[in-house]
Design a protein around this ligand. Structure first.
Ligand code: MLT
Length: 396
């Protein structure tokens, strides 16, 4: 038996497993010390009643012969795909429910999509970026090219003049920097993808956090995207589903490549996946009702207020930051030009604050840190007080 040698090319630990391991070590060494967790982007608000009531009703249906459900539709239930199409229609984006595939989350689909592409493809990745794009590309044996996001380009790298790519990953709002591409910038990416005959994989998992009405939430808001882009989204951050699991991937039939990616994805899904559970799909559909959208919007405002508190505290401490205005992540420079992991240790051991080291998102993140605003208000407020009082000196 031969193993997949490409899988051995990965760093030993996935970024968030490494962060969790270091937090456990800190807690073991300091059992009494407080911990303010602003590291992994995991939600803390409970699910709204609108959602859990629907979940309960769906569970009840499963205990009656007349309303019991066995295997579901390959692509996901039509009622949910129509509800998602309705959600996009609110912003004027017309989607065919037949192009939407329900999944158990964006991360899984980002990995699963790799099944559709030959290993002989060049992948273009922004740097820093969500580590899943890099890890899954490497595991599939693809060539990776990076485009640096910097302070100068607002962490929004644009198409390169002299680099060919076959597959382009874009994440907007960006994890980890919180930067968001505007319409013109996305249009430039679409032009580039078409010229290179490349495919864009657009991760829109944080779109619900966009406050600026001028910014696009979906790549399909831009002309031409349906011929060169797949969009991946999830309810993890939009509706607090990190532990519930439900997402979707849009694979338009209009994509123009040597074979129909829509048909290939349908075939792959039918073979390897039996769907997100009926109960969860019912709960997901409840998110897109009027009361559901109102409830999740209140939670999103709560998290965005957290982001505001974090940014204000960093500003008070004289630490430059970006993001946090149209995204739940605040991205800031490690004070005293510290290395990201050193800054991680200083924050954890000096203040009990856990962040995520920017270097974990790529070399261009070195010297930067990310705070997530998904904590409880209590955690965030206390961490904000400590940060403001630090005066920007983490070297205790
Ligand atoms: C993050 O902290 O970047 C995310 O929560 C990770 C994820 O969504 O998988």
């Amino acid at each position: 038996m031969k193993v997949n040698h490409h899988a051995l090319e990965l760093e030993q630990n996935y970024l968030f497993s490494e962060v969790a391991k270091r937090i456990r070590e800190y807690q073991a060494a300091n059992p009494e010390a407080p911990l303010y967790k602003l590291s992994i982007g995991d939600v803390t608000r409970p699910l709204s009643r609108v959602i859990t009531d629907e979940m309960k009703a769906a569970a009840e249906d499963m205990s009656h012969a007349e309303t019991f459900h066995g295997y579901g539709a390959e692509q996901g239930e039509l009622f949910l795909r129509e509800a998602i199409a309705g959600y996009y229609a609110r912003r004027g984006t017309k989607l065919d429910p037949d192009d939407i595939f329900i999944s158990d989350g964006a991360k899984n689909d980002l990995g699963n999509l790799c099944d559709l592409f030959d290993a002989d493809n060049t992948v273009l990745l922004p740097n820093p970026v969500y580590p899943v794009y890099y890890d899954t590309s490497i595991m599939s044996g693809r060539r990776v090219q990076f485009l640096d996001g910097t302070k100068e380009n607002g962490f929004l790298p644009m198409p390169p003049a002299d680099v060919h790519a076959d597959i382009i990953y874009l994440c907007s709002p960006n994890n980890p920097t919180g930067a968001v591409y505007n319409r013109e910038q996305l249009a430039a990416w679409i032009r580039y993808a078409k010229a290179e005959h490349a495919l864009i994989l657009f991760d829109a998992a944080y779109e619900a956090y966009i406050r600026d009405p001028a910014l696009p939430h979906s790549i399909y808001e831009i002309d031409g995207a349906a011929e060169c882009a797949i969009e991946i989204n999830s309810l993890s951050k939009t509706a607090g589903f990190t532990g519930v699991r439900c997402g979707w991937t849009i694979v338009p039939k209009t994509l123009q490549y040597e074979a129909s990616l829509h048909q290939m994805w349908f075939r792959r899904t039918a073979t390897k996946y039996n769907g997100c559970s009926y109960i969860i799909q019912r709960a997901a559909a409840a998110v897109f009702t009027e009361p559901g959208l109102q409830a999740v919007s209140a939670d999103i405002s709560y998290y965005m207020e957290n982001a505001r508190l974090i940014k204000a505290a960093l500003q008070k401490a004289g630490i430059p930051s970006t993001g946090g205005e149209n995204a739940p992540y605040v991205w800031f420079e490690a004070p005293q030009q510290a290395d990201s992991w050193k800054c991680f240790d200083q924050l954890l051991y000096g203040f009990g604050i856990a962040g995520t080291p920017g270097a974990g998102f790529g070399t261009a993140g070195q010297g930067w840190m990310r705070f997530s605003s998904f904590g409880t208000r209590e955690t965030v407020s206390r961490a904000a007080e400590l940060l403001a009082a630090s005066g920007g000196n983490f070297e205790k």
